[in-house]
Design a protein around this ligand. Structure first.
Ligand SMILES: *Cc1c(COP(=O)(O)O)cnc(C)c1O
Length: 368
């Protein structure tokens, strides 16, 4: 049925945009009117409700705001709307995406404390307790769940519990984990979770979303530092009719709706998580057999993207990349300062069979 949609020339094993299904790509092939109920009610409001239901069982306590732009726009909109002028945010970082949040609050003139653990150490509850005990001015805490820089999975449950035991407002960048790793943000006490269209939900790039605790969101009116990036402004309009304040990326939104259907067909987040874990296991076992080593120990590693160390000082990524690409797989360069690495993602329209073919392709290219 979808034979008219061209095949991709290669699989994207990157942290996003990802390889998407033909169904998702086909869903973009018609136009939509942004004030008609066919779009606003049947697609936008439906997406907003389904995102809340994917995030928590406590659906009445949460709401979703969709926001134009890539994922970072939603992170910035969230920080800029949620933290009041009198607030102070603790940002825990162990990679580029945590660092990006620090850049954002600096740009927005938001009072903050940055705690940087480097790139290969996860945060702990004790660390948070020490920091929050030491500075009573802190009102908010923000961190990244899966730090896509390395593939580090920060311990969400433990960290959230610590933040909530101090009664602070919690903002989590779950960009590369939401939809791929089961969680209940109501149980965890997360006040604001940010993710985007082109990660584990497997849509195409073009918008992000914030899943917010209603009563915390309602407190944020008047905080925003930017008109376009005001989550409250966007939320109030969307809440009424499903209309986005300014032009919405209609085709991308329709593709996302299809991606949500396909997530359901797969069996929901728990089944998708199983597939990602299986992809990841085949990847890591296979790479180890070929002589490669992972940057992180297994207990810190998310089943999303994995950093591999260069096997020797002589190793050159570019020719390796080109050779593997010619066999149908696009890898990703490393992004860290502490060691030479490259990364291989295993999320998106990617299955265990693909990972087996990848290992064969890498094996025939290179033995570490
Ligand atoms: C992808 C990603 C983002 C957003 O990046 P964009 O390039 O703006 O989409 C933010 N945080 C994390 C952890 C990510 O993986």
């Amino acid at each position: 049925m979808l034979n008219f949609i061209p095949d991709n020339p290669y699989i994207l094993l990157t942290p996003g945009p990802l390889s998407t299904s033909k169904g998702v790509r086909a869903a973009m092939l018609r136009d939509w009117c942004t004030w008609d109920a066919d779009y606003n009610e049947s697609i936008v409001q439906n997406i907003r409700r389904r995102l809340v239901a994917l995030a928590t069982k406590e659906t009445e306590n949460y709401t979703t705001i969709l926001m134009q732009g890539s994922g970072s726009f939603s992170v910035e909109a969230c920080l800029g709307t949620v933290i009041p002028k009198s607030g102070k945010v603790l940002i825990l970082t162990n990679g580029a995406y945590g660092d990006r949040m620090v850049e954002m609050v600096k740009m927005l003139n938001i009072d903050h404390t940055k705690v940087d653990l480097g790139e290969i150490t996860a945060f702990s509850a004790e660390e948070i307790e020490r920091l929050l005990t030491g500075d009573k001015d802190l009102t908010h805490v923000a961190f990244v769940h899966c730090e896509t820089t390395t593939g580090m999975l920060n311990p969400l449950e433990e960290l959230s519990k610590a933040v909530k035991s101090f009664g602070k407002v919690l903002i989590v960048d779950a960009m590369s984990s939401f939809g791929g790793i089961p969680m209940d943000i109501g149980e965890l006490g997360i006040d604001f979770l940010v993710s985007s269209s082109n990660k584990c939900i497997q849509g195409v790039p073009g918008f992000g979303f914030v899943i917010a605790k209603r009563d915390e969101l309602e407190k944020c009116a008047g905080n925003a530092r930017s008109l376009c990036m005001d989550l409250i402004g966007q939320w109030k309009d969307m809440e009424k009719t499903g209309k986005w304040r300014y032009t919405s990326p209609t085709h991308v939104v329709r593709a996302f709706f299809q991606a949500l259907d396909e997530l359901e067909q797969e069996g929901g987040i728990s089944e998708r998580h199983k597939r990602y874990c299986e992809n990841h296991r085949i990847l890591v076992d296979g790479m180890r057999k070929l002589g490669f080593k992972t940057l992180l120990p297994d207990e810190m590693q998310a089943p999303i993207i994995t950093s591999f160390l260069y096997p020797s000082d002589e190793f050159e990524f570019k020719p390796f990349y080109e050779a593997v690409k010619s066999k149908g797989f696009v890898l990703y360069p490393g992004k860290i300062s502490q060691a030479d690495t490259f990364r291989i993602g295993n999320i998106g329209e990617v299955y265990p069979e693909d990972m087996k073919r990848l290992i064969e392709a890498i094996g025939s290219t290179f033995q570490a």
